[in-house]
Structure formats: structure tokens, C-alpha cells
Design a binder for this molecule. Structure first.
Ligand code: SF4
Ligand code: SF4
Length: 606
């Protein structure tokens, strides 16, 4: 039924102490295990009597010529390395050993014996149904290139290049503009650049190359070894190999003048210009001349919702000006989003120091900018009357927009943009900086408009380390978990078209999953019209066996429907484990089947 006729399974139940009485759950586990065909031995092992237990384990394996070993532990999965070690010592390979962790349902077992019985039995049954004859792993040799392609030379790009060089990789930096050394406004305010080496310092380092006015033509191949083609500043086509690519473009800054029909002028300033003026005593004097009262109006978060970093700057600037002699600041804003760290405090202090706030939920203030004067007219909802201010200076906040190069890079890198134009891969189960196409990473302001300096640093580190780990596996043998039956394959190309990670490629005129790029999602296996593809641990035969196994004990006397949930191992299955852990009730008739990805659900299985 489950294994070859001459193959056997042994189930060992692992306990902490020999003296502890058996729980209803563990007794029931034994019954479930013993009732399965092919299960030859059900034995107890005790942590506090490990030597004797290990002896029994060895004896079990030798006496019964076991092909599979199942450990059931109520102590969490941290025992798995111990079991693996023991099994290896006894001549089994890791594929022949399974660990069933019943800890989630076992804790406090005595209080709910029925539930424990049902849940632990369910977990063990699933594990036994998933057993399959052990196979030798298929290893493939993969060559990788120790070079990182970095797109952008802003703070994140420079950090990434420095990290790559530090880890012993080369860094090829492509920039779309002419002047990569120009420190953009975003660089100044992001706070990342302060302790970073300048581009000229980096250019002197071995392994660093910078290409300006570059145009990316294509990025072919798979993670670990991409072929990148680009036009250099003199319109010559260049081609070279890189191991991974990192998108690190800073967002573009756009002052929100348009919404108020304003033009930038000496008296109507964007936030960044105000900051430049405030940074020098000479300019500050021009902004706030000595003598009479200077009134300054801030327009913040009115045209578009401002992100916490922009709001933080506006509040801090407002406080600085309010702190100067003879000044009064009026802060006109939409809903103040003060959720980021320290913002609430900054807002309270600004109020205490005399900044006057007006909040708008509906109509925006009307701004008139004449030759000699400025007028801001609005209706205040709180005091229920119209007001007119005549400030000497008007400060308009700024929006951060996606870097325009992202639009061009997106189709070349096969990495989509979100509705705002940022490249936001945000995979819920993988590193957020990892794009769906393995080997491509997106960090900082390329993903969203308002990353703080710490976030940028963290993301760059995460991305470069992940790329280094991927590239570092080059030259080694990597296990391929996707098997393609070359005799069945008719080269219809469905798998190449349907792979969401661009991992399928041609080798000797047949498709093959690249072991570094393949995420073992199983989409190709579900789509192949010839059933030529099998995914290790999720072979069709195993899934079908699980389905039929689940239905063998179907209770026809119940009116509740049988529900088979195909649970993606990255999301739904994790939720299910939580439900088991927190003893959430599962619907009557509920059975689950773990799949590597929802895309692996085959119509045949349904
Ligand atoms: S989908 Fe199946 S039959 Fe078609 S090329 Fe891929 S492996 Fe071959
Ligand atoms: S298992 Fe998924 S990632 Fe791997 S080749 Fe198939 S479709 Fe692509």
C-alpha cells in the first residue's frame, strides 16, 4: 500500500523522562501508528535514558532492515538534529528519517485528552501517509559568478557595493545619469550617506567598476550566473556575467507646488530648500530678517499624504524656525500620521513651543502668490470661521516618487512594479527584499517612498548577504528537487512558460529546473500536460495517497461535508499549525494536505 512489499517502517516515540506517566495522547499515537500497514515497530525512547534508547533504536534498524524511520516528539523540532545524527550513524540517509512534532497539541495534554488524541493522531497519520521510498538525492553541479550587479549609486547602492567588496565579490555599478557622484537631495535627508565612502574612494578599490549613462538591455540566465547586456555611456554594447543583481535607486523628490497653483520662488520654498537655508547662518538671516515679526506657513500632507520621514522633517524645521526670534509658524496639515517613532513627541513639542496647527479634512487652503505678498485663505473647522494669513514665507512639503529608471528596468529584470511605480516584491514568506525572480534583490527607496536610514542599511545587508550565500554555493553540487522524465517530455515548453521564478531552462534540448533558481513551488509539475515532472516530497503518488488515505476513514453517518484543504507550506499550513498550537477548533470533517505552493494543486488531485 505504502512502500515496496519488503520495506518496513519503524515509529519511535520520544519522551523526556522515563518516569513520566504516559499521556492519553501518547497512548493514542501508538495505536494510530500500529494500525498503519508497513509499520513494523512502535517503540518508546527516553531522553534521560538515551544510551539504552539509542541501543534499542540501533537494534530496531538492524533487526527489521528498516527503510524508513519516523520519530514522534512532543518536545518541539529542536530534537531533529539529534535524530538525524543518530540515523546517519546507523547508516540511514536524511531522506529516510521523518520527524513528527506533536508539541503543539501535546502541551497540557491532560486537560483535553480527546482533542490531543484527535490532533496528534491527525499529525502522525499525515506523516505516515507522506512516507515514500527513500531515494538518493540528485545532485547538480552549478557554477556561479562572484560579481554583483548594482543598479544605482545612491546611498543604498554605495552601501551595497561596499558590502559586496567586503565579502570578496566584485561590484559592477550601473547608473542611468551622467553624474553619479552628485549627492541628490534624498541622499542628504536619508541620513545614510554620512559614514559612507564617497564614489571616488570606492572607484579606487579593486573589484569596483562604475558605468555612467548606462542602459540595461537584458538580463538572461538564472540566479548565480546571469548574462547582463547594457549600453555604456558611449553607446557600446557590453556583456558580462554576474551572480546576482540588486536594485538600489533612490526615489525622486517632487515638491507639491502644483496642488496650490504655485511656482517656486524666493518666498515660496520647497522643504529641502528651506533646510539648505536653515543650515547656514548667512542664509538664515536672509530668510528671517531682523526686525518685525516673520510669519511662516507650512503646507504639509495636504496635497498628498506625507510619509513619516517627510512629516518628521517638516515638524523639526517648524520647531527650528519657531525657536528663532520674532517668528511665528503656522502648520497647515492633513491628518497627521504620527505613528513613527518620536513623531508624537515632536508634534507635542512643536505645539508647546508655540507652533500653531490647523488641520484640514476637506477643502484645501487657497493660496495667492502676488509680486509682493502671499495670502493663505481657509476655513477652520474648529473655530468655524474663515481665516486669512499673510506670511512672509510659505514652505511646501515634498512627495517622493519612484525613480524613473525603475519603469525601464522592470521588464528587463522581469520584476513588476506596484500601482505607484515602486518595485515592491514583498514576498510574505521570503526575504522582503527578494524579487520573485531568484537572484534579484530590491532595496530602500526602490521599494517604497519613505525608508528610514536604519531600514535602508538593514535591507542592503540582508540582500547582499543573501546574494553572497547564493553565489557562494557555486562550484558546489546542489540538490535538484524537480525531476523531469525525459521520455515523457514532448518539449511543449509549458513548464518554461509557467514557472513563476524563471527557473526552467534548456539543457541538452530538454527543460531542466535550475537548482539555485528553483523555489520548488511545483507549478511546472501541475501544469505539465504529460505528467513528466515530479517534485521531491510532493510526488503525485504521495499526494494522491494522502487524499485517498484521508477518505478511508470517512464517516458516512455525519451530515457535515468532508473538507480537504490544500495548504500551501508557506502560508496556509503555517496558519494551520498555529490553529493546532492554540487549540482552535477545526471544522468537523476537515482534512489537510500540505502542498509546496497553491500553484502545485493539480486538477487531477481535485
Ligand atoms: S511541460 Fe512537461 S512536456 Fe512540456 S516541456 Fe515541460 S516537462 Fe516537457
Ligand atoms: S518547481 Fe516552481 S520554481 Fe521550480 S522549476 Fe518548477 S515552477 Fe519553476
Amino acid at each position: 500500500y505504502m512502500l515496496e512489499a519488503d520495506q518496513k517502517i519503524c515509529v519511535f516515540i520520544y519522551h523526556k523522562e522515563k518516569r513520566m506517566p504516559e499521556t492519553p495522547g501518547s497512548l493514542d499515537l501508538k495505536k494510530v501508528a500500529a494500525s498503519f500497514p508497513g509499520v513494523e515497530v512502535v517503540e518508546d525512547l527516553f531522553e534521560d535514558h538515551w544510551e539504552t534508547s539509542a541501543g534499542r533504536l540501533e537494534q530496531g534498524i538492524r533487526n527489521h532492515d528498516l527503510s524508513r524511520l519516523v520519530f514522534v516528539s512532543d518536545r518541539g523540532s529542536n530534537q531533529s538534529s539529534l535524530f538525524q545524527k543518530e540515523a546517519t550513524r546507523l547508516g540511514l540517509n536524511p531522506d529516510q528519517v521523518s520527524l513528527v512534532n506533536v508539541k503543539p497539541v501535546f502541551g497540557g495534554a491532560e486537560s483535553e485528552p480527546e482533542l490531543v488524541r484527535e490532533r496528534s493522531g491527525l499529525l502522525l497519520k499525515q506523516a505516515l501517509l507522506r512516507l515514500q521510498p527513500a531515494e538518493e538525492p540528485t545532485l547538480e553541479k552549478v557554477e556561479t559568478v562572484p560579481r554583483l550587479l548594482i543598479l544605482g549609486s545612491g546611498p543604498a547602492g554605495r552601501l551595497a557595493a561596499r558590502e559586496a567588496l567586503r565579502l570578496g565579490f566584485e561590484a559592477l555599478v550601473l547608473v542611468d545619469g551622467k553624474d553619479p557622484g552628485r549627492v541628490g537631495y534624498y541622499d542628504q535627508v536619508s541620513g545614510v550617506q554620512e559614514d559612507e565612502p564617497s564614489l571616488s574612494e570606492m572607484t579606487a578599490q579593486k573589484g569596483f567598476r562604475l558605468v555612467t549613462e548606462a542602459k540595461l538591455i537584458s538580463l538572461e540566465g538564472q540566479a548565480g550566473r546571469f548574462a547582463v547586456r547594457y549600453l555604456d555611456g558611449e553607446d557600446r554594447v557590453q556583456e558580462e556575467a554576474v551572480g546576482a543583481a540588486l536594485v538600489a535607486l533612490a526615489p525622486e523628490v517632487k515638491p507639491n507646488f502644483e496642488a496650490f497653483g504655485l511656482e517656486p520662488s524666493r518666498r515660496a520654498l520647497p522643504l529641502s530648500q528651506l533646510e539648505t537655508l536653515l543650515s547656514s547662518p548667512e542664509y538664515r538671516g536672509k530668510l528671517i530678517p531682523p526686525g518685525g515679526l516673520t510669519e511662516i506657513v507650512f503646507l504639509s500632507g495636504l496635497a498628498a499624504e506625507s510619509g513619516p520621514p517627510v512629516l518628521a522633517r517638516a515638524l523639526s524645521d517648524a520647531r527650528k524656525i519657531q525657536g528663532l526670534e520674532n517668528t511665528q509658524v503656522y502648520f497647515l496639515s492633513g491628518n497627521l500620521k504620527v505613528a513613527a517613532e518620536g513623531l508624537e513627541r515632536e508634534y507635542t513639542r512643536a505645539r508647546e513651543e508655540g507652533v500653531i496647527f490647523f488641520r484640514f479634512t476637506g477643502q484645501l487652503p487657497v493660496v495667492k502668490a502676488g509680486e509682493a505678498d502671499l495670502q493663505v485663505e481657509f476655513f477652520d473647522e474648529i473655530i468655524d470661521r474663515s481665516l486669512i494669513l499673510n506670511p512672509q514665507v510659505l514652505v511646501v512639503d515634498e512627495d517622493l516618487l519612484p525613480h524613473p529608471w525603475l519603469k525601464e528596468l522592470s521588464p528587463v529584470l522581469d520584476t513588476p512594479l506596484d500601482s505607484k511605480g515602486f518595485m515592491a516584491p514583498d514576498q510574505v514568506y521570503a526575504l522582503p527584499v527578494r524579487a520573485p525572480r531568484p537572484g534579484i534583490y530590491v532595496v530602500g527607496g526602490s521599494r517604497r517612498p519613505f525608508p528610514g536610514p536604519e531600514e535602508i542599511r538593514g535591507e542592503v545587508e540582508e540582500a547582499v548577504l543573501s546574494a553572497a550565500e547564493l553565489i557562494g554555493r557555486g562550484g558546489q553540487e546542489v540538490e535538484s528537487r524537480v525531476r523531469i522524465d525525459r521520455k515523457k517530455c514532448t518539449i511543449c515548453l509549458t513548464c518554461i512558460r509557467s514557472c513563476p521564478h524563471q527557473a526552467m531552462h534548456f539543457v541538452f534540448r530538454r527543460p531542466q529546473a535550475h537548482p539555485l533558481a528553483c523555489q520548488v513551488c511545483g507549478v511546472c509539475a501541475a501544469e505539465c500536460p504529460m505528467d513528466a515532472i515530479q517534485i521531491k516530497d510532493f510526488q503525485d503518488a504521495v499526494v494522491l495517497r494522502e487524499i485517498s488515505g484521508n477518505f478511508t476513514d470517512r464517516k458516512f453517518d455525519t451530515v457535515a461535508p468532508e473538507v480537504v484543504a490544500f495548504c500551501c507550506q508557506n502560508s496556509a499550513d503555517k496558519t494551520l499549525q498555529q490553529a493546532l498550537l492554540f487549540r482552535e477548533p477545526l471544522p468537523i470533517g476537515f482534512e489537510f494536505i500540505k502542498v509546496p505552493c497553491a500553484g502545485k494543486i493539480d486538477p487531477d488531485h481535485v
